[in-house]
Design a protein around this ligand. Structure first.
Ligand code: SAM
Ligand code: DTB
Ligand code: SF4
Length: 337
């Protein structure tokens, strides 16, 4: 265990854009005494955000299953028998209907996911029309469509996309153990295109994929060293789906997941840290601890892409018990603070 004093205090104060996070420095945060780590993360959270507020995003799968990639965690890969029903790109009307419902239930952002390695040029006309229609409802828009070819990020931006979600997923050293059909650098290259087009970046990863703590620190360091840092950082706990290569991954202790949230908060002080996949199996107490550790965003709605998420009613009850409110333009503190 690291002595609290040995983790330099200046590593939690401003200038993230010029601070380099070595894996060692991130590992040292992971090794802090648990409650000190949470306390430190809670302090950083309060420097930049209203701690009573949670950003709500609703997810919808707009193209499901049949993906050619071999991501070892994913129920939508065509290579694994997971029972997921394939569905071609949905029609605009069906997506707009779901987006309206999400908005009426209090979601501020609508995230659309497609089980592609990346969009084909022929998909872009329909995808951009979908984004325009959702944006017209007055929702923030986010898309996660995989690797982008030249010019695609600009077309998405032009259509009204606010955020692009593209996760690093795991540490560079662990990447090839989980995914064989692309490289970590391919992800960085798409993230570069997304930034260049002026889109906001949503980029995070998954924990609980048999990685070591050092590899978890490697994932967080890779995210924190993106310059600028991502506006939004989803931290997913692996949803173990039968039929995927990771269905029997070793269960991580809950404290290790909460530590990961806290370390993400400390290293990326101005980013929204989203407590993402895996909430369905989490006790309310654990989720509350994640909020204390600096998580300030969730996926809201009873489905993620193909797996279950807590019901909206349950989330509303939990937020009420914790005196948390959904984020609106009025209760949000300036990101630049
Ligand atoms: N195909 C695109 C891609 O891979 O970027 C977009 C959709 S993909 C399903 C989006 C993200 O979902 C992945 O990057 C991964 O982080 C997350 N994900 C997929 N399956 C998961 C699982 N079983 N548990 C937790 N997160 C998962
Ligand atoms: C992210 O980081 N997590 C979301 C979203 N971005 C697209 C996806 C979670 C997927 C969980 C498994 C499933 O339902 O497919
Ligand atoms: Fe395809 Fe994305 Fe699933 Fe990988 S994570 S198999 S790229 S849908």
């Amino acid at each position: 265990m690291t002595n609290i004093q040995s983790v330099q205090l200046n590593s939690i104060t401003p200038h993230p854009s010029i601070e380099y996070w070595s894996v060692c420095k991130v590992e040292a945060l992971f090794e802090m005494p648990f409650l000190e780590l949470i306390y430190r993360a809670a302090q950083v959270h309060r420097e930049h955000f209203n701690p009573q507020v949670i950003q709500l995003s609703t997810l919808m799968s707009i193209k499901t299953g049949g993906c050619p990639e071999d991501c070892g965690y994913c129920p939508q890969s065509a290579r694994y028998q997971t029972g997921v029903q394939n569905q071609q790109l949905l029609e605009i009307e069906e997506i707009v209907e779901k987006a309206k419902i999400a908005k009426s239930r209090g979601a501020a952002r609508f995230c659309m996911g497609a089980a592609w390695r990346g969009p084909k040029p022929k998909d872009m006309e329909k995808v951009t029309a979908i984004i325009k229609a959702v944006k017209a409802l007055g929702l923030e828009t986010c898309g996660t469509f995989g690797l982008l070819q030249e010019g695609m990020a600009e077309a998405l931006k032009e259509a009204g996309l606010d955020y692009y979600n593209h996760n690093l997923d795991t540490a560079p050293e662990h990447y090839q153990q989980v995914i064989g059909t692309r490289r970590f650098d391919d992800r960085l290259s798409t993230l570069g295109k997304v930034r260049k087009a002026g889109l906001k970046v949503c980029c995070g990863g998954i924990v609980g994929m048999n990685e070591t703590r050092k590899e978890r620190a490697g994932l967080i360091a890779s995210l924190a060293n993106l310059d600028p840092q991502p506006e939004s950082v989803p931290i997913n706990q692996l949803v173990k789906v039968e039929g995927t290569p990771l269905e029997n991954a070793v269960e991580l202790d809950w404290t290790e997941f909460v530590r990961t949230i806290a370390v993400a908060r400390i290293t990326m002080p101005k980013s929204y840290v989203r407590l993402s996949a895996g909430r369905q199996g989490m006790a309310e107490e654990m989720q509350a601890m994640c909020f204390m550790a600096g998580a300030n965003s969730i996926f809201y709605g009873d489905k993620l892409l193909v797996t279950d998420n807590p019901e909206e009613d349950g989330d509303q009850r939990l937020m009420a018990k914790l005196d948390l409110e959904p984020e609106t333009e009025d209760n949000r503190w300036a990101l630049e603070k």
